[in-house]
Design a protein around this ligand. Structure first.
Ligand code: 5RP
Length: 227
């Protein structure tokens, strides 16, 4: 299977985990979109909590019933993609700029399943630039303090403002994204704490101790990974 077929297979395998009556977190990105399509095709009586406007639009177009996180408070299961899957199912997410809503939904979920193609597995996190969501006000100074936080963790790089079509990317929350090309993140927990301590940082794309299971598409099918 090529990468797209692996994403599709992982999304379909995750949809098979859903049962009628569940409240289900709907991730963001191309792999999560395969999950949303496969879930809608099952015709179950479920309520979806989307992690982005893009996912809300897709799910609504497929006839899925949707609710806001604040309405449901707790979810049975969330299924979402990732940019990297490292040791112990540590993750980098946020390539699609939805990391904050994703993390809020993941943290409210009893079970979180990450879905991806085989190429997303890495022996150490950091090859994919780490997304960091910051408030727009004074973001240039926040970026300087992010640099200091990275340096505290022996990561000597500068974060780059994410720009698309000549304009800064705005998240669904109206914030900006900086991407930090860390290379190797030796101590993800220490980096996560350092970044969260920076005023102006809303959240970052390190998802640690959150994934309960990974369904990874490989050439021959889908493999299941536990932390
Ligand atoms: C969005 C995300 C996505 O899950 C991540 O970027 C993976 O996307 P894709 O499935 O398209 O490779 O974190 O914020």
């Amino acid at each position: 299977m090529d990468a797209e077929a692996q994403k599709k297979a992982a999304g379909e395998a995750a949809a098979a985990l859903v049962e009628s009556g569940m409240v289900v977190g709907l991730g963001t990105g191309s792999t999560a979109a395969w999950f949303v399509k496969a879930l809608a095709a099952r015709g179950l009586d479920v309520t979806g909590v989307p992690t982005s406007q893009a996912t809300a639009d897709l799910a609504a177009s497929l006839g899925l019933r949707l609710a806001e996180l604040g309405e449901v408070r707790e979810l049975d299961l969330t299924v979402d993609g990732a940019d990297e899957i490292g040791p112990g199912l540590s993750l980098i997410k946020g390539g699609g700029a939805a990391l904050l809503r994703e993390k809020l939904v993941w943290e409210a979920s009893r079970r979180c399943v990450v879905i991806a193609e085989a190429a997303k597995r890495v022996p150490i996190l950091g090859r994919f630039p780490l997304p960091i969501e910051v408030v727009a006000f004074g973001h240039e100074t926040t970026a300087l303090r992010i640099c200091d936080a990275l340096a505290e963790c022996d990561i000597g790089v500068a974060p780059r403002l994410r720009v698309r079509d000549g304009a800064p990317v705005r998240t669904d929350n109206g914030n900006l994204i900086y991407d930090a090309p860390c290379g190797r993140i030796e101590e993800p927990s220490a980096l996560a704490a350092a970044l969260k301590s920076v005023t102006g940082v809303v959240d970052h794309g390190l998802f640690l101790d959150l994934a309960d299971q990974a369904l990874v598409g490989v050439a021959e099918g889908v493999v299941t990974l536990e932390p």
